[in-house]
Design a protein around this ligand. Structure first.
Ligand code: ASP
Length: 654
């Protein structure tokens, strides 16, 4: 047994196992997939690299740390009472795990017995005692500390806990609103401890990779700034200057570009960003990006950087990821998956069957193909007959109709290979078999077919592809394993898209600072709708987890885009335009959405589960009750008056 002194000069008989160990104990409790690998790795964490959890405090060990090797030692633990049983024993919990504590029954310790037996669950206590082996047969192999127990000598109730609004146990169901109201209690759960600690470790590794290995500089940028044209709605903050407001930046986009003009060369920041997008499920009004910018870089350079960054910081207990990530153009993504963020964990891709049906006499097909961008496409749901009920098929058709105004026709492959569909009467035997081959149909497969305008058909089928996957999964198939990670680059986006609310006007597909694709640069001045951009998105399992671009570094081109294409008032950006005139280097960057990335890695049901203090669906802090009213006197310095009848109406709605 190796005896050594820790930094806090307390004697340990085995090394403290480090932060990773904390995660592993939590993992054991949760019995999550990947746990075994995590533990094997931890066994090899060198003591010199492991943090000392017991420095600067009187405890000798954490509640997840004690093993048979500690038997005979006197230890002092601090933690919360997880269970208390008949005055005989209790289970003490901290961030690292659980330890069983034996309450002495002899007369000499009667005061300790009374103290611990009377203490309510979740009271916070100190116990000092001797580590003992559990009696034979009473070991608990499911508990990392299950071979030992601590026989108490002295104890102290540091703070008693009153009746809780909910129990801090995984299996006890509680509403999310209640969890958010008492977030500080919810944070005690092993799941949230795991999520936040994994997040912290990943960010630490990212810093290491960027700063130590690649010379990036961590720079903080202001959060009180001014309106940026285009993009998401910004929160405004009143100022003492009459009629003037700050805006909270949607991202540090302008600042990071200005840092490149300032010669910082390689910037990164764990940046808070603010977007007032109203109540959108699984969005947060404030969120975090790993924000990156580099000078003299091209698209491939940024992509290799991000692949290296993720590989370096990837939690080992989540398996490994392979690089380079596959890449797909925006057009391919739309045509094959009906979306710019394809989930490539499963097939059921969209197939274009226009050419097979062009020669048919199907009226609605002929009608669709007679229009520009007219097309006929389909997806094939393997074994759909077996796994989907009639009502499922009806609901799929219904949702294509209600969401995309798109009619859907179904084709079923019967035993023997013949097709059943309203279409078959229009098709000869040869055409039917060609169609079946084109769609790679097997017996019991169901095909959903759509005819119409390219983008509408693709979007509708892309959405049906995901809905069908959900239905197949509900019937017991596994299509989208949450612990397989499929990264994908989506590239060659259009530089501009028609505005949703007014399709005759254009808006940036990414943001107005994105450079045109070098091969399309001339089209910018003749037909901007045809220009592809140097914008790239990173997609993970069908979710956008990052996006960036090579930037425009010519003031003249930037002014043209703002004024002539986007019809924006370039005055708002005069500082940036001016900066581009003073020897701005070519540059590009990217931002990773940290909350979303971590939530996918830990397979959390919502991004709120990886944020310590998230806002509710409606953007409220249910714990502190923000936003809140302020008095007219407090508003006075800002020259703001609230129209109270309106405010009261709002208050009633909330
Ligand atoms: N600022 C951009 C965003 O928030 C990312 C970038 O272009 O680097 O999406």
């Amino acid at each position: 047994m190796c005896v050594y002194f820790s930094r806090s000069r307390k004697v340990h008989s085995v090394p403290p196992l480090g932060c990773a160990m904390a995660l592993s104990c939590i993992l054991q409790v949760l019995a999550r997939p990947g746990c075994g690998r995590a533990l094997r790795r931890l066994a090899t964490v060198p003591a010199s690299l492991a943090p000392d959890f017991n420095s600067f405090v009187p405890r000798t060990n954490t509640c997840g740390e004690l093993r048979s090797a500690h038997v005979g030692q006197q230890v002092t633990l601090y933690g919360w009472i997880q269970y208390q049983r008949q005055g005989m024993f209790l289970v003490l919990r901290d961030f690292q795990g659980l330890t069983q504590i034996i309450i002495p029954q002899d007369e000499a310790h009667s005061h300790v017995k009374k103290l611990l037996s009377d203490a309510p669950v979740e009271s916070v206590v100190r116990v000092t005692g001797i580590v003992c082996p559990r009696p034979p047969g009473q070991e608990n192999p499911k508990m990392p500390t299950g071979d030992i127990e601590v026989k108490v000598e002295t104890a102290e109730i540091l703070n008693s806990c009153k009746k809780l609004p909910f129990e801090i146990k995984n299996f006890v169901k509680k509403s999310e609103a209640l969890r958010m109201q008492y977030r500080y209690l919810d944070l005690r759960s092993f799941q949230l401890q795991y999520n936040l600690r994994l997040r912290s470790q990943m960010v630490m590794k990212m810093r290491e990779y960027l700063c130590n290995l690649h010379g990036f500089v961590d720079v903080e940028t202001p959060t009180l700034f001014k309106r940026t044209p285009g993009g998401a709605k910004e929160f405004i903050v009143p100022s003492r200057e009459v009629g003037k407001f700050y805006s909270l930046p949607q991202s540090p986009q302008q600042f990071k570009q200005l840092l490149m003009v300032g010669g910082l060369d390689r910037y990164f920041q764990v940046a808070r960003c603010y977007r007032d997008e109203g109540s959108r499920p699984d969005r947060q009004p404030e969120f975090t990006q790993i924000d990156i910018e580099m000078s003299f870089v091209d698209q491939a350079g940024i992509q290799r950087l991000i692949e290296g960054l993720l590989q370096y910081s990837w939690p080992e207990e989540r398996g490994s990821i392979t690089t380079p990530f596959p890449s797909m153009t925006y057009e391919e993504a739309l045509a094959g998956y009906g979306t710019d963020k394809p989930d490539t964990r499963f097939g059921m891709k969209i197939v274009d069957i226009s050419d097979f049906l062009r020669r048919s006499d199907i009226p609605f097909v002929q009608n669709a193909l007679s229009y520009p961008h007219g097309t006929v496409k389909a997806i094939c749901i393997p074994q759909g007959v077996r796994y989907l009920k009639n009502k499922d098929l009806e609901s799929l058709k219904e949702s294509a109709k209600s969401q995309f105004n798109q009619e859907i026709m179904e084709i079923i492959c019967r035993p023997g290979g013949s097709l059943k569909s309203l279409l078959t009467k229009f098709l000869g035997e040869k055409q039917q078999s060609e169609l079946s081959q084109a769609l790679n149909m097997q017996v019991d497969d169901v095909v959903l077919l759509a005819a119409g305008e390219h983008k509408q058909v693709c979007s509708a089928l892309g959405s049906l592809r995901l809905e069908s996957a959900g239905l197949l999964e509900a019937a017991g198939l596994v299509l989208r394993d949450p612990i397989t990670f499929h990264f994908l680059w989506v590239v060659d986006f259009p530089l501009f898209l028609p505005k949703e609310e007014n399709p005759t006007e254009l808006e940036s597909a990414h943001h107005p600072f994105t450079a045109p694709h070098p091969s399309d640069a001339n089209l910018l001045y003749s037909d901007p709708t045809k220009v592809r951009s140097q914008h790239y998105d990173l997609v993970l399992n069908g979710n956008e987890v990052g996006g960036g671009s090579i930037r425009i570094h010519s003031a003249e081109q930037q002014r043209f885009v703002l004024e002539k294409v986007l019809k924006e008032d370039s005055e708002v950006l005069s500082h940036l335009l001016e900066a581009l005139e003073f020897g701005a280097p070519p540059h590009g960057g990217i931002a990773l959405g940290l909350d979303r990335l971590i939530s996918l890695i830990v397979d959390a049901p919502s991004i709120r589960d990886v944020i310590a203090f998230p806002k509710s669906f409606r953007g409220r802090d249910l714990m502190g009750n923000a936003p809140d009213y302020v008095t007219p006197e407090e508003l006075e310095p800002y020259h703001i008056q609230v129209s109270w009848p309106l405010a009261e109406e709002e208050a009633k709605k909330n």
